[in-house]
Ligand binder design. Structure first.
Ligand code: KIV
Length: 273
């Protein structure tokens, strides 16, 4: 037997997440779109990596999440999967790849699972996409729901403000959340809704409820990594806590490099062959 025995890593599965909710352990989730970042986040111990369609904004510079394609999502997801030893990798099914057509939805989910090696998919919406969610689940693909502010419907909402503040929308959200659990979704993301409502949903459901801008009583939290690290600059929602200012750090490191190149200080004698 080799003395270099590889350390056993306990992988995060949907069952592990359920157990975490049961024992009251909060779940951590962040977005990742590429190999290098995913490796750092996985080594840091993140529970879930979301290959979010926010790649459309963060990676490609689009104003909304709508333009990103299934092929592009598969490219991002396969880069993330190659980096990960422990985290559960969840992949967003992008706009136009599942709405209104369960056959297309099933084919998109299967392509994601087969071609990227991701572990689960995420879909925005409730009863409107019932057929698609049920077909994907029946094919054995774990589905994470997403309710509240669902950015793929931004042109329906018109703004990125808090959702479900009114009674009627809150009722629909609770009913959708219950349905997602009943159909077999393994978890739900609640985005930008009142903290009280998120608490109620988390207490009602047995599956984990992950919040973004939904208060501290959800079973876990998700943020866009580039926001948390301060790489994105002009985004200041109330729910965001920045843990670093990498925009400034990277800019100042690059300025330093430029100065060294111009001053013929880089490379020095030790930095050449
Ligand atoms: O695409 C994304 O980053 C998301 C999170 C905001 C939950 O869906």
């Amino acid at each position: 037997m080799s003395i270099h025995k590889k350390k056993e890593i306990k992988k995060i599965t949907t069952h592990v997440l359920h157990a975490m909710k049961q024992r009251g352990e909060k779940i951590s989730m962040l977005t990742a779109y590429d190999y290098s970042m995913a490796r750092i986040l996985d080594e840091a111990g993140i529970d879930i990596l979301l290959v979010g369609d926010s790649a459309s904004n963060v990676m490609a510079g689009h104003e909304t999440t709508l333009p990103i394609t299934l092929d592009q999502m598969i490219y991002h997801a396969s880069s993330v999967v190659r980096a990960v030893d422990r985290a559960l990798v969840v992949v967003d099914i992008p706009f136009g790849s599942y709405q209104g057509n369960w056959r297309k939805a099933l084919s998109s989910a299967i392509r994601i699972m087969k071609e990227s090696g991701g572990h689960a998919v995420k879909m925005e919406g409730g009863e409107e996409i019932e057929d698609s969610i049920k077909r994907i689940l029946s094919a054995g693909v774990p589905v994470m729901g997403h309710l509240g502010l669902t950015p793929q419907s931004i042109y329906k909402f018109g703004t990125y403000t808090v959702r479900a503040k009114e009674e009627e929308e809150a009722k629909k959200l609770i009913s959708d959340a219950k349905k997602l659990e009943k159909w077999g979704c393994f978890a739900i993301v609640l985005e930008k809704i009142p903290a009280k409502l998120a608490k109620r949903v988390a207490e009602t459901l047995t599956i984990p409820v992950i919040g973004i801008g939904a208060g501290g009583d959800a079973d876990g939290q998700v943020l866009v990594t580039h926001d948390l690290l301060g790489i994105t600059k002009d985004f200041h929602p109330r729910f965001l806590r920045r843990y670093a200012d990498l925009y400034s750090d990277i800019k100042s490191a690059v300025k330093h490099y430029i100065e060294d190149v111009k001053a013929e200080d880089f490379p020095n004698e030790k930095e050449q062959y």
